[in-house]
Ligand binder design. Sequence first.
Ligand code: PLP
Length: 396
Amino acid sequence: MQFAQRLQNVETSAIRELFKLLGKPGIISFAGGFPDPALFDVEGIAAASEAVLKNNPGPVLQYGATEGYQPLREGISRFMAGKGSTVTPEGLIVTTGSQQALDLIGKCMISPGDKVIVEAPTFLATIQCFRLYGAHIIGAPIDADGVDVDRLEALMKEHQPKLVYLIPTFGNPSGATLSLERRKRILEIAVRTRTLVVEDDPYGELYFDQAPPASMLALSDGVPGSRDWLAHCGSFSKILSPGLRVGWMIAPPELLAKATMCKQFSDAHTSNLTQAICAHYLTQDRLGDTLAVVRQTYAERARVMAQALRRELGDAIDFNAPQGGMFFWARLTGMNGQPAQAAEFAKRAIDQGVAFVPGAPFYAHDPDLATLRLSFATADVAKIEEGMARLKLALA
Ligand SMILES: Cc1ncc(COP(=O)(O)O)c(C=O)c1O
């Protein structure tokens, strides 16, 4: 078949190949990016489903507005206000997961050959999605405080990108959180250079001890003009359930209008039923308790993973323990005398019954082959301990 030329820019992710091996019985996997299904508030979601079908069956089973189910837009507006961001219901659209918001941004903003700056490393699906639109993607280096702003600014000057895509809070895969000072600086640079910055924030609520710095969206109120250059993507996937496929996008009115138009041609609207479930759920005062359990569980797993990694792998691995989110980003040091190749290590790990994802695919270019990502979200504490012991065997 003669497929569209745009498909030449992308290939299925290398990670998918690894996932084929995960069917092996008894494997302990830190490879996935899923939240723990045991933490879904099934009772609350069931009650919300029943309520919306009982009270409002017509509209929730009918076609709906492309912009989103109005009570949910209002609910998200209140939810964002609770996080310090002022956004009217009309200032956001509901999307089919935040993944769709990223796709709509790509569709609206990227012409073939346009340059886009992302963190190195960043969310793989964003790299793939933007490449599908023909983006030339440039990676900006990061450290434990998120993207290096001096380097970002220099890259922006050199490449004049169409947009800059960041995951400032508990990044995937990096786990890193952009400092408050860097957030403000980036907003100022966006205004000065008239460049769209996309803040992708699916993990901000998953903090352990301390809330992260305010989102760039919340901070934009204090940086004159920055709201005109900022898009923000949010999602219920990691705080409620990814299967609902409900996310949202907040953007300057012009972009929001174009994205709504493109969404109309794409899926017409996000499922009214799941939007109504989310809307009802938000009115039930359950999210706080649900999030408290998720935060506590992930914090404990991350603590155990950090200790076990240090104990079992010692000098062979470097990492910064994250303060929230779902991921450890680590780097093999080669101290054990082995070449520091995470892909090789991943194969040996599978032989020992433990899986993680090598870091290379998360780079748009020039991958650091020694890096890897470990998710602590789905394995319980005992499995994390056992998994790290198996990793040690794989190192030998
Ligand atoms: C950084 C980031 N953005 C966006 C998404 C997409 O999430 P969803 O479409 O489920 O909202 C993910 C999912 O893992 C992610 O890690």
